[in-house]
Design a binder for this molecule. Structure first.
Ligand code: DOR
Ligand code: ZN
Length: 344
């Protein structure tokens, strides 16, 4: 096969940031994607409907002229989230989901949840109104090894939380383990999981073998090869519970290449070329549309995009190594393999 046409894909987990960074990265996603679930971990975080509305306006203003890209907004769950404000924002169509960060788990998560009992009324309200909860699924306990934090989260937090809140729709964001893929598959219609582009390509060796490589450091951190293979199997299966959420997370190179470097891989620019390569390698090009364009809208109860995109196979694709911002560069994720599929 040398050409494949799919419904325009969506990105069900994206960081666009704000200000100059937003201006620089928004066009990268808007080029290929129809919609994206926008992460609320700004500083300060997007915690109210009014803040989500203002952020949405800033995103729309950062898009290239004529772009039809639609940002799907989220609220950042805190222990002080007002269930009524949340419900209003959801009923008005302003937000499509709420994001749960365990406090301390990742970038700008300090305002996240420490005591899960405190958010119980909000979660019950969300179950009642059908608002999905997008979960960063890692425990933060010092005594849990960073490579085990996702699997432990499922047992200690996620499963009890779901049992205690029947009807709550949950997206396990950026799963990185076989345990995550298995749990998502077993969860029925109210459970989904996003998988990033980079976790289909790298295992933990990319970060640590042959010298430390901060551009491959993200959270949850990439795991052993057996887990990457489990994610590849999940993504290429076409099963409805798995869909694309790139977690494209731009940081200035200066913040990545530092003694305490930031977590995040910036994949907005070359995601579709990488995914086509990955799905072709696994003889599953015919499942790419399910993963990137169909399963996400089905989970969120939204129509699929009306338009299509076509990927054509040819000579190795070139793309910029870096995106420039007035404050410095953002390095584009290097998949360490030639890419042959270009969006035409
Ligand atoms: O790698 C990551 N980067 N993981 C996250 O959970 C947050 C994100 C960011 O905001 O930079
Ligand atoms: Zn993220």
């Amino acid at each position: 096969m040398t050409q494949i046409t799919l419904r325009r894909p969506d990105d069900w987990h994206l960081h666009l940031r704000d200000g100059d960074m937003l201006q620089a990265v928004a066009p990268e996603t808007a080029r290929h994607f129809g919609r994206a679930i926008i992460m609320p971990n700004l500083v300060p975080p997007v915690v109210t409907g009014a803040q989500a509305s203002a952020y949405r306006d800033r995103i729309l203003a950062a898009l290239p002229e004529g772009s039809a890209f639609e940002p799907l907004m989220t609220l950042y769950l805190t222990e002080d989230t007002d269930p009524e404000d949340l419900a209003r924002a959801h009923t008005d169509g302003l937000i499509k989901a709420v994001k749960l960060y365990p406090a301390g788990a990742t970038t700008n998560s300090a305002s996240g949840v420490k005591n899960f009992d405190k958010v119980r009324p909000v979660l019950e309200k969300m179950a009642e109104i059908g608002c999905p909860l997008c979960v960063h699924g890692e425990v933060v306990d010092d005594d849990v090894d960073i490579f085990d934090r996702e699997a432990v989260f499922i047992d200690r937090i996620l499963d009890p939380l779901r049992q205690a809140t029947p009807g709550l729709r949950v997206v396990m964001e950026h799963i990185t383990t076989a345990q995550g893929a298995d749990y998502a598959r077993s969860g029925g219609k109210d459970l989904g999981a996003t998988i990033t582009t980079h976790h289909l390509v790298i295992n933990r060796n990319a970060i640590l073998a042959g010298g430390i490589k901060p551009h491959y450091y993200c959270l949850p951190v990439a795991k052993r090869e057996e887990h990457r293979l489990a994610l590849r199997k999940a993504a290429t299966s076409g099963e409805a519970c798995y869909f694309l959420g790139t977690d494209s997370a731009p940081h200035l190179d200066g913040a990545k290449l530092a003694p305490c470097g930031c977590a995040g891989c910036f994949t907005a620019t070359n995601t579709m070329s990488i995914l086509a390569e990955v799905f072709e390698q696994d003889c599953a090009l015919d499942e790419l549309e399910a993963f990137a364009s169909l399963n996400g809208p089905a989970f969120y109860g939204l129509p699929v995009n009306a338009e299509s995109i076509t990927l054509t196979k040819g000579d190795p694709v070139t793309y910029p190594d870096r995106i420039q911002t007035p404050n410095g560069d953002v390095t584009v994720f290097d998949p360490m393999m030639p890419l042959h599929w270009r969006v035409s």
